[in-house]
Write a protein that binds this ligand. Sequence first.
Ligand code: ADP
Ligand code: MG
Length: 498
Amino acid sequence: MGKVAVAFAAAAVLVSCSVAAVMVGRRIKSRAKWRAVVEILKEMEEACRTPVGRLRQVVDAMAVEMHAGLASEGGSKLKMLLTFVHRLPNGTEKGTYYALHLGGTYFRILRVHLGGERSYLDVQDVERHPIPSHLMNSTSEVLFNFLAFSMERFIEKEGKESNSQGVKRELAFTFSFPVKHSSISSGVLIKWTKGFEISEMVGKDVAECLQGALNRRGLDIHVAALVNDTVGALSLGYYHDPDTVVAVVFGTGSNACYLERTDAIIKSQGLLTTSGSVVVNMEWGNFWSSHLPRTSYDIDLDAESSNPNDMGFEKIIAGLYLGDIVRRVILRMSQVSDIFGPTSPMLSELYVLRTNSVSAMHEDDTPELQEVARILKDLGVSEVPLKVRKLVVKICDVVTRRAGRLAAAGIAGILKKIGRDGSGGITSGRSRSEMRMQKRTVVAVEGGLYMNYTMFREYMEEALVEILGEEVSQYVVVKAMEDGSSIGSALLVASLQS
Ligand code: ADP
Ligand code: MG
């Protein structure tokens, strides 16, 4: 070998050595970055832990807060609002009734026709549309004019042959926000939640606003009841099965109501003497307890929301927020590591990742997780390896598992308060035999998160059995009520007429 050739060979060795060194260096670096990401996941998993012991503490806290909220006005973060609903539909109702439902994401209109027998419930023309986002921070006039206009279009479609023509229509207004009622058909808005921000509306009578807008359009429609969505779900549950005493909604937001004995409502003793029970709207989205597992992502989400320091429970269990928690974790990971490529600016957009996408990723059963890849691509993250896609699925799992399990603890808390959890409740003075006697209890559940996100539902139901134990669980039936909020509200109006 000549000198030149030797020098050339030596140079080639040098180059390949340094290439190898660079590659090893990169591998070490990328391993370190992967470790940083795994660390974030571990930390988050730890902060989201919900062992059954912790769930039981949440159960107790919920029951205690319920007592406090019933004892005095402002006595708890749980408002425990009186709905003035003393009687629920029992199946004998007859006639045609309407419901207009303003949810957090959708508004719905439907008509029910009742034949006087439980089995004769005909739900007609269910219309469901997304609420145009500009309405969420417009004015009350714009919002209610829109609802009245939608109602008018619905009525027009009924055509001349409809047998309700010429008769005043009785309407339930299902309203999924906190209201202080003064009767079943009137009440003022306490505050907005779920991203709505029409401040001049707070303190106004919600039913009156809708009635005014309907009148302005010359519609012969009577707003006969103002109904919280949970109360609608309870009404439909009770209509089908009188063992239904609790209703919970897991949709954009989350809330629960239940049937309470009037003598347990200390704060309104004078007001409620005639009937034995009344439906209480808990507004449980605002529940808080130091036992709730909270992460830095939750704290940031709250601080950047339209209602900071409010609705703490809702922000860890409801549909509006789960997607945003997952987004925050992915963003954080992409900031400490390049496993998601260069940080996509879209990852910094609030609420850009919807909970619908979280469930689609979580339940992606393609071998290569193509759905995860597609959704990440929509977020400006493309071409990530399979192990990174698996990591994203894991994040969805951690966030949703915590939500489902805490939702179960909330339900068990209500059961505890009313003595249906097998422990005899936290009220003293129950006899031993009463404690042992377990009544069949139906919990009506509805909302898009529960109806469409199988893993959420399964985690919730599994945790409920874990908390209550196999034996008591046999007496607790969770029943899905599709469109229960709207249908049940119409049934409630029907029951007022009979
Ligand atoms: P609203 O809250 O307006 O009454 P829904 O009860 O239908 O409406 O709930 C809608 C919410 O449910 C969505 O905003 C979303 O958070 C959640 N959701 C709907 N579909 C799914 C799904 N497939 N997976 C996960 N969450 C879903
Ligand atoms: Mg709803």
